[in-house]
Design a protein around this ligand. Structure first.
Ligand SMILES: [Zn+2]
Ligand SMILES: [Zn+2]
Length: 581
């Protein structure tokens, strides 16, 4: 059920490793000046001034780190006055600046000592550094401005990572290597799936026929599940008046992330829509609703736009234009449980199809920033405990995500783990009583009274385009049959087999199988290399024997070979496509 996040322990380990790095660097390069060394999501770093090194120096530094670690029994805490600390770090203007920033009048500061190395630090270390600091690796070196401000001096940043055992460290290193090989931006180009154009703009992907096909497959897959569960598709414009977003609350919370659009004919402000919810409320509000009409489940694949910072754009996973398998369910309070159950069931089926392991994050308010949220505290309390009950009833393992809620309600976010062991947020189910209120949505209850519906926001793969980027890396470009843009390549050995090849192409096409014929004058060997480079699931080798026997010699990606009749080939391919393996 509820699992404690083990991040704190790992952060302590990694921050301790940063101390160790600084100690090693100071021994090897005494003229360097150390600044700060925090833990980060992927490990840790330490920034130094007056240090010129390259990655080729890492073995030497790592060796020194290992030597020092054996002598570190503990991190001994020393509470000192500001004056004492200033005296200790009098030759380091960076530490002096930090001391001045952090020290209030009369306050004590802490300096931690391990071995003979002392550093100004707020704490958060491992208890037994000589036992725990064994499994670390330096990763890269980069320039970084002091305090992240380009007006300041450029420092040398050394990145590293650390784990509690060798296995996890090896896994991380493998993951980094493999992620480079599988990078969807690289594979997307090689497999001809999408492109970007300077003229169109950054963060605005253009899908080629092969990529557009995968995108369509993903939306059709979700759509087929949704229509079975009583969802109906709507279609809404990509722009709307600023007024709509003022009413929904998006204007106040998201204005800076929305593209502004001007009309030549009126002074009204329009925005490209960043999400579908506000428009869907207007479909709900378009006619009187009775309790009998509910639930109303509206889905929409319309394009959405968000004005991301150019520096943060990345391939298909951080874009400015995308769609979502977005759904809004308007229902009575007594229907919420059943509706959320259906949504959770659907997400489970989809994640299993892609072979993702997953867990849920219960995204709640940030207790320190209540101003980020709209709506009554009592309603929030109710919705958050409601979400907990739903998770428990569905036996879902989850962890807490304080501060991750939407501004209108708590979220149940599915975090999927891909083939590389990286976690992605995909599906989400959100319960919202704020927007129905702001748009004054109503239905007539069975006693004739006017009631507010609850609005459930739900997405399964999230954005099909982003999902495509994740799947390219998850499958390393070798898509399963149902998603492969080309499912089979026909390779005639010579011109003599071309007529037979064409007859097979026709038969496969008639069955809806995506087939390509390699009609080039290349040798069979070259044709096979090309098909393999495009990661086509099957190639069919067609030579003299196949023509005579009216057969097809099939080779899969693992180079396993089988000879079948044309009818048997069709049956085999179709079976694999429908089973989505
Ligand atoms: Zn520390
Ligand atoms: Zn929504």
């Amino acid at each position: 059920m509820k699992k404690k996040n083990d991040n704190e322990e790992l952060n302590n380990l990694r921050h301790s490793a940063a101390h160790l790095l600084a100690a090693a660097v100071m021994e090897l390069y005494p003229e360097a000046k150390r600044t700060i060394g925090p833990s980060i999501e992927t490990g840790f770093y330490y920034d130094f001034d007056n240090l010129k090194i390259s990655e080729s120096d890492f073995p030497k530094i790592e060796k020194k780190m290992r030597q020092l670690a054996t002598t570190w029994k503990e991190f001994e805490k020393n509470e000192l006055s500001v004056e004492e600390v200033k005296k200790e770090f009098k030759n380091n203007e960076y530490k002096l600046e930090l001391i001045n920033e952090h020290a209030g009048a009369g306050e004590k500061l802490t300096v931690y000592q391990s071995g003979s190395f002392r550093d100004l630090c707020r704490g958060g270390h491992v208890e037994h550094p000589n036992q725990d600091l064994k499994f670390f690796k330096l990763l890269s070196v980069a320039g970084a401005y002091w305090h992240g401000d380009e007006k300041n001096k450029m420092l040398t940043r050394i990145y590293g990572t650390a784990f509690y055992n060798q296995e996890e460290l090896d896994k991380y290193v493998w993951q980094q290597e493999e992620a480079k090989n599988r990078d969807h931006r690289k594979l997307g180009r090689e497999l001809d799936l999408f492109t970007f154009s300077e003229l169109v703009g950054s963060g605005l992907p253009l899908y080629t026929p092969r990529g557009a096909f995968i995108r369509r497959c993903l939306t059709e897959f979700v759509e087929s599940l949704q229509s079975k569960s009583g969802y109906t598709q709507v279609w809404t414009p990509q722009i709307a008046k600023a007024e709509l977003f003022k009413r929904s609350g998006h204007y106040d919370k998201y204005k800076d992330d929305m593209f502004l659009v001007h009309s030549h004919y009126s002074d009204e402000e329009f925005f490209l829509k960043p999400m579908n919810c506000p428009q869907h409320t207007q479909i709900y509000a378009s006619k009187p609703r009775s309790y009998r009409d509910l639930p109303l489940r509206l889905t929409d694949f319309s394009m959405l736009y968000r004005d991301e910072k150019p520096g943060e754009l990345s391939g298909l996973t951080r874009v400015r234009s995308f769609s979502q398998d977005d759904c809004h369910i308007f229902c009575r309070e007594d229907q919420v449980d059943a509706e959320v159950d259906i949504a959770l069931q659907m997400t489970k089926q989809v994640m299993q199809t892609f072979g993702f392991k997953y867990r849920y994050r219960l995204s709640t308010r940030d207790p320190e920033h209540p101003e980020k949220y709209l709506g009554d505290t009592k309603v929030w309390d109710k919705l958050e405990s409601w979400a907990v009950k739903i998770m428990k009833r569905n036996h879902i393992e989850y962890y807490d995500g304080p501060g991750e809620a939407a501004f209108y309600g708590p979220k149940m976010d599915l975090m999927a783990t891909d083939a590389l062991g990286r976690e992605w947020q995909l599906s989400t189910v959100q319960i919202d009583m704020v927007q129905p209120d702001r748009f004054e949505l109503e239905y007539a209850a069975d006693d004739g009274s006017k009631q507010r519906p609850v609005m459930i926001h739900r997405a399964i793969v999230g954005s099909p385009e982003r999902m495509m980027g994740i799947l390219i890396e998850h499958y390393s470009g070798a898509f399963p049959m149902w998603l492969a843009p080309t499912q089979i390549s026909l390779l005639p050995i010579s011109e003599n087999e071309l007529a037979y090849t064409k007859s097979i192409e026709k038969a496969l096409k008639a069955e809806g199988i995506r087939v390509e014929v390699d009609e080039t004058a290349n040798t069979l060997g070259k044709k096979m290399v090309n098909a393999r480079n495009m990661k086509v699931p099957y190639m069919a080798i067609l030579g003299k024997q196949e023509v005579e026997n009216k057969t097809v010699t099939l080779k899969n990606r693992a180079s396993e070979q089988i000879t079948l009749t044309v009818d048997e080939t069709i049956a085999k391919l179709k079976q694999e496509i429908t089973s989505k393996v």
